[in-house]
Design a protein around this ligand. Structure first.
Ligand SMILES: [Zn+2]
Length: 265
């Protein structure tokens, strides 16, 4: 059984064929999906989708790209969603210095406002970190430094996941030390991504979860197209080949990691 730990299926890119996409993914063995509802406008839609689909759960939070519209008044509503039975995580939350480098302070405030909700609701976090275009805009280093003061302790092995991991081995090692899993997606299959493949090899199968981040970031074979959870088997097969493991072993291990992170569902 495979798990897509990071999907945005509520995106309008799926309006025409959402049910078909879900059915197709399930037929290919992708039986568990975590929908990331990371803008206030997405929360209710995420909850409704999870209610209608067995094997789907939700993360609720505010992505750093929405920092410009952020108003503290929305937090009580976020709490009502984190209290729902379908909620398995806070997220995605974090720091994006690629698109929003100019709003660094505001992003740090947005993150600080949401992080205490993990301890309050007993839920892990899905983190987003993207470094900026200029030297010194190091989202990974700053996020990891913020997390040194993060007081959430999970029952299981992981406190959160660094989704769409794109940092170096130094960032990965610091994240693993902090009890974070690494989210591996289609970028693992990109021709130029030898650094990421090396990092994943060093981290080992015990520390990674699979994700698509659909509709974005399809694997190499489908670049330029819409991504969806049906690409998880292809990503899993590349990870398996790279780590010298079998496909079933890789599917089972990464799903077990997803359950260690989010709880079994
Ligand atoms: Zn995402």
């Amino acid at each position: 059984m495979l798990t897509d730990t990071h999907a945005h299926l509520n995106d309008k890119a799926f309006d025409a064929d959402r049910a078909e996409v879900l059915k197709n993914a399930r037929a290919l063995g992708v039986e568990r999906i975590v929908e990331i509802a990371c803008a206030p406008a997405d929360w209710a839609g995420g909850e409704a989708m999870a209610a209608a689909n067995a094997g789907m759960r939700c993360a609720f939070g505010i992505h750093p790209e929405y920092v410009k519209d952020f108003d503290l008044a929305v937090l009580p509503r976020l709490e009502t969603f984190l209290a729902k039975p379908c909620a398995v995580a806070l997220g995605e939350v974090g720091l994006d210095y690629w698109w929003e480098a100019a709003r660094r302070e505001a992003q740090l405030e947005l993150l600080a406002a949401q992080l205490p909700l993990c301890a309050k609701f007993g839920r892990p976090a899905v983190f987003h970190a993207r470094n900026g275009k200029e030297q010194g805009q190091d989202a990974y280093a700053e996020l990891l430094s913020v997390l040194k003061g993060w007081n959430y302790s999970p029952k299981a092995r992981f406190r959160g996941v660094l989704h769409c991991f794109s940092g170096g081995w130094k960032d990965a090692a610091a994240a693993l030390d902090m009890g974070l899993a690494l989210g591996v997606n289609g970028t693992f299959t990109y021709k130029k991504n030898d650094d990421l493949r090396l990092t994943v090899k060093k981290a080992g199968i015990a520390n990674i979860v699979l994700e698509t981040d659909c509709p974005y970031l399809p694997p190499q074979s489908a670049r330029g197209q819409r991504n969806d959870p049906a690409f998880i088997p292809e990503i899993a097969a590349m990870v398996a080949g790279h780590l010298g493991l079998g496909n079933t072993q890789t599917a089972d291990a990464t799903t077990a990691n997803a359950f260690a992170l989010f709880g079994e569902f």
